[in-house]
Write a protein that binds this ligand. Structure first.
Ligand code: FAD
Ligand code: SF4
Length: 333
């Protein structure tokens, strides 16, 4: 691992000031915040990330989960994935998020991994993680060997001719179905970003993964007030039962009124280049009777634009069945 300076800023303003001196907040950043370190230190050991300065934000006061006056929930950026998954209100009112978090990584990792860090975790594409290989995301313009190489676990939605990397997060998929809002403090002040606008599609700039600029510190995430009597399901399909990333996953928040779907939010994981909210599936469901045929139609709509590669065509049917099963489970709950 290359050498770097480790700094522990006294407060958020000092952290933002130091990080604001970076050239970029995207791939190749020379200054990085570090929280749990479970993504960043991993990538530094592989020389995929080579920041000269690490700013430890783990002791800044962003470790609380608080009720908001409007009935929503405020989640500090350094709240661990374990604490969030096991929080009483998250389990009661935002169960899809708790289920998503508990399906991820391992107990030990969840005790280190943070909310802010999970929002920014990087793809598991093997070429991205191997500096001996070309990769447009790591080194723009070098090419994408995954197109003709190992792409079984990679994305089928939101891909481009330059990158087909999957966003591996479970937490973000649960948050997408809950319409979470990300709060950022940076050199230009404070701003809020709906999670649907936070991650970027790869297009011809796959090294740009989100809307953050140098110095931008995620301070917290808010969830809107919970939908009354909503049913929550997160279903994750993967190669082994634990400690594995999703091949396909579905997050569903649904409300039934006299057997009809009166409210529904659908997000997919393991198949998109970003956490994949599906307005197409939602439109196919809302107002319909909760039935196997409505669920299948929603799944067809959600995967309509899927673009598979040589090894991952199976994901189309897998993701459809995953969503149908999640919708059925929610309806039966
Ligand atoms: C073996 C293994 C298995 C895993 N399995 C899963 C899984 O099944 N599902 C899943 O969802 N995840 C999984 N993960 C990923 C894990 O959830 C993430 O590594 C973790 O959430 C990242 O959080 P962190 O606090 O450790 O981030 P760090 O490594 O500290 O930081 C990650 C990035 O976020 C930036 N950052 C952190 N906090 C902030 C902030 N507040 N503001 C701005 N930037 C910030 C850092 O600069 C860095 O670029 C796995 C990880 C490992 C190592
Ligand atoms: S899919 Fe993206 S991350 Fe993977 S090799 Fe291609 S450009 Fe790199």
């Amino acid at each position: 691992m290359h050498s770097f300076e480790f700094v522990r800023p006294e407060n958020a303003a000092a952290a933002i000031d130091l990080a604001g001196q970076a050239k970029t907040a995207q791939q190749g950043a020379d200054v990085r915040f570090v929280a749990g370190g479970t993504t960043l230190i991993d990538l530094m050991k592989l020389d995929v990330e080579t920041p000269g300065r690490l700013l430890d934000i783990s002791r800044l006061p962003f470790d609380k989960i608080e009720d908001m006056p409007d009935g929503g929930l405020k989640i500090g950026a350094t709240v661990t994935n374990g604490a969030l998954a096991n929080h009483a209100r998250v389990q009661r009112d935002y169960s899809v998020l708790s289920q998503a978090l508990l399906s991820g990584a391992s107990g030990q990792l969840r005790n280190m991994a943070t909310t802010g860090g999970n929002l920014l975790q990087r793809t598991r594409c093997v070429y991205f993680r191997d500096t001996a290989m070309p990769c447009n995301k790591r080194e723009p313009g070098t090419g994408c060997p995954a197109m003709t190489g190992s792409n079984r676990t990679l994305a089928i939605l939101g891909t481009s001719d330059h990158c087909i990397a999957t966003n591996p997060s479970d937490m973000c998929v649960g948050m997408a179905a809950l319409e979470a809002v990300i709060h950022v403090q940076g050199p230009r002040g404070v701003r809020t970003i709906p999670i649907s606008e936070f991650h970027l599609l790869p297009g011809d700039t796959p090294h740009r993964e989100n809307v953050l600029e140098p110095g931008d510190l995620i301070t917290h995430v808010t969830l809107p007030p919970p939908k009354k009597r909503s049913r929550h399901v997160y279903l994750k399909l993967r190669d082994r039962a634990s400690y594995e990333f999703a091949l396909a996953s579905s997050a569903v928040v649904m409300t039934l009124t006299s057997g009809n779907i009166s409210y529904v939010r659908v997000a997919l994981g393991g198949v998109g280049t970003k956490p994949w909210r599906s307005p197409e599936a939602e439109a196919a469901l809302v107002g319909k009777r909760a039935s196997a045929s409505a669920f299948r139609q929603a799944a067809e709509a959600a995967l309509h634009n899927a673009r598979p590669q040589s090894e991952n065509k199976f994901k189309i049917e897998l993701a459809k069945r995953c969503l149908v099963h999640a919708l059925q489970t929610a309806a039966n709950a």
